[in-house]
Design a protein around this ligand. Structure first.
Ligand SMILES: NC(=O)c1ccc[n+]([C@@H]2O[C@H](COP(=O)([O-])OP(=O)(O)OC[C@H]3O[C@@H](n4cnc5c(N)ncnc54)[C@H](OP(=O)(O)O)[C@@H]3O)[C@@H](O)[C@H]2O)c1
Length: 221
């Protein structure tokens, strides 16, 4: 599976404010770029922290671009939540619509929560004891036909994907604002690396709206 991570950060690397509420970082040109990236993916994923903070639907994508890539009958990209304990609310926007959303979960998910999400139309894939085992979960997704996965955050999930050596490409929109705050989420949170830092090669850089898009390839993953 090919994994593309995409996110928008402030000039100081924050994904949102210290209240963990979504903030406007990018503009229309970047939204259009993200819609094209979604259209190229088999599935689009976020962590449950993002679902709880922002309630994204992730349905919007560039339909014309998808038709060009996949043909006019192509189904929309599948949506995915990484959620060890099935904390995704049953009325979350990410569970609305077709195709069904995958919830990657773990053995720690209580039965009543699993049942609630299955009743809301989610397809559950369990991998890992306490936390989602990302290599195994992405392997299970690949068996469902997901060859290209776009991950849209947040910082905890992105860090874990880097830690597991699962990221192929990183694209970041860096917007013209400063957010600050030591508790504000950054692009990669988690425990952080002390050594063996993942290395990136810059593929492209371009100006968009009032910011810049950086596209990096992950070296030696
Ligand atoms: N600017 C942007 O582009 C952008 C994009 C997305 C999000 N955001 C912002 O980012 C913030 C949310 O980010 P976040 O870091 O709190 O949440 P997140 O990365 O979306 O989700 C993290 C959660 O995923 C679950 N998870 C399950 N298995 C995991 C694993 N192996 N590794 C990591 N996480 C795993 C964990 O909860 P369980 O253990 O309970 O499952 C964990 O707390 C919000 O403020 C949102 O607005 C910004």
């Amino acid at each position: 599976m090919y994994v593309v991570v995409n996110a928008a950060t402030s000039a100081d690397g924050k994904l949102s404010s210290r209240r963990r509420e979504q903030i406007a970082i990018s503009g229309d040109e970047d939204f259009a770029r993200v819609d094209r990236l979604r259209a190229e993916a088999d599935a689009v994923a976020v962590g449950v922290g993002t679902v709880l903070a922002d309630d994204p639907s992730l349905v919007r994508h560039d339909e014309a671009h998808r038709a060009d890539h996949r043909g006019p009958e192509a189904a929309p990209p599948t949506r995915v939540v990484v959620d060890s304990r099935c904390r995704t609310p049953a009325d979350a926007a990410i569970l609305d619509g077709v195709p069904d959303t995958y919830v990657l979960t773990s053995e720690a998910a209580p039965d009543d929560r699993r049942e609630a999400l299955a009743a809301a139309g989610a397809t559950l894939l369990a991998a890992g004891d306490d936390r989602v085992d990302l290599p195994a979960a992405l392997g299970a997704l690949a068996e469902e036909g997901v060859d290209r996965l776009m991950v849209e955050g947040g910082g905890e999930l992105i860090f874990s994907l880097f830690e597991a050596g699962l990221v192929d490409e990183l694209s970041i929109y860096v917007g013209g604002l400063v957010v600050g705050g030591r508790e504000a989420p950054t692009l990669t949170d988690g425990d952080g690396f002390l050594e063996a830092f993942p290395e990136l090669t810059l593929d492209d850089v371009r100006r968009l709206d009032d910011g810049v898009v950086l596209e990096w390839e992950v070296v030696g993953r």
